[in-house]
Design a protein around this ligand. Sequence first.
Ligand code: ADP
Ligand code: MG
Ligand code: MG
Length: 257
Amino acid sequence: TDVLKIENLHVAVEDKPILTGVNLTIRRGETHALMGPNGSGKSTLGYAIMGHPKYEVTGGAIWLNDENVLEMEADERARVGLFMAFQRPMSIPGVKLADFLRHATTNVRNPERKEGEELIPMREFRQEMKTKMKQLHMDLDFARRYVNDGFSGGEMKRAEILQLAMLQPKFAILDETDSGLDADAVRLASQSIAEIGGAEMGLLIITHHDKLLEHNPPDFAHVMLGGRIVETGGVELAKELHSHGYDRIRKAYPEAA
Ligand code: ADP
Ligand code: MG
Ligand code: MG
């Protein structure tokens, strides 16, 4: 099975060290919950895995099977099957969601494709998108809207789940996919992720709430503090932190807090 392996990862933003030695191995089919107080470095880990230029890897390694992810450009990382749903997705005015998805899907499926070459045939793409949207109980009109332009918080998250459904990445990082959603919307998101094949992916779910994990129970839960993972456990650790917060963790690892 596919394995994403992060070894002793150090990351700096604008010369400021943020991640200080992260170790994490995710196998395809596993769900990992990544928790930790605000500012502990959770999003930074996601951006570094995806190759965001602002996040400079100053040490360590990231492997997808035997391939060196750190040597890949960001678009190449998407093509080998890595995906991240951002905490604050950007809007792309003037680009319809369907067109955006058709480009992204084509690029992931035809890694050799060069800019300007043919896209997945419209008919084929629309059929597939329709099926996925139906499965997700989404209105087809939604795909005609401009990407994230005037989307509500919930709609942005739905758009990302549709993207996840179309791209079927090997590994997906969901960065607070629940932020700004009400309880019902979070439950729907959780259920949708499970329905579109989340079980076959390696999921790294960054969340402060247990609702998102309802349909995707974590095999592992990790707590990040001060730029490293200080504790790893199972679903019981996630439950503890969801109900009691991070006081125990801060006291146990004062050097990281
Ligand atoms: P979390 O997602 O756990 O809340 P982040 O990874 O967003 O934490 O942030 C970790 C630290 O890195 C914070 O101190 C934050 O201010 C800093 N940081 C992250 N991204 C940037 C950025 N693009 N520019 C400046 N500082 C950043
Ligand atoms: Mg974050
Ligand atoms: Mg699973």
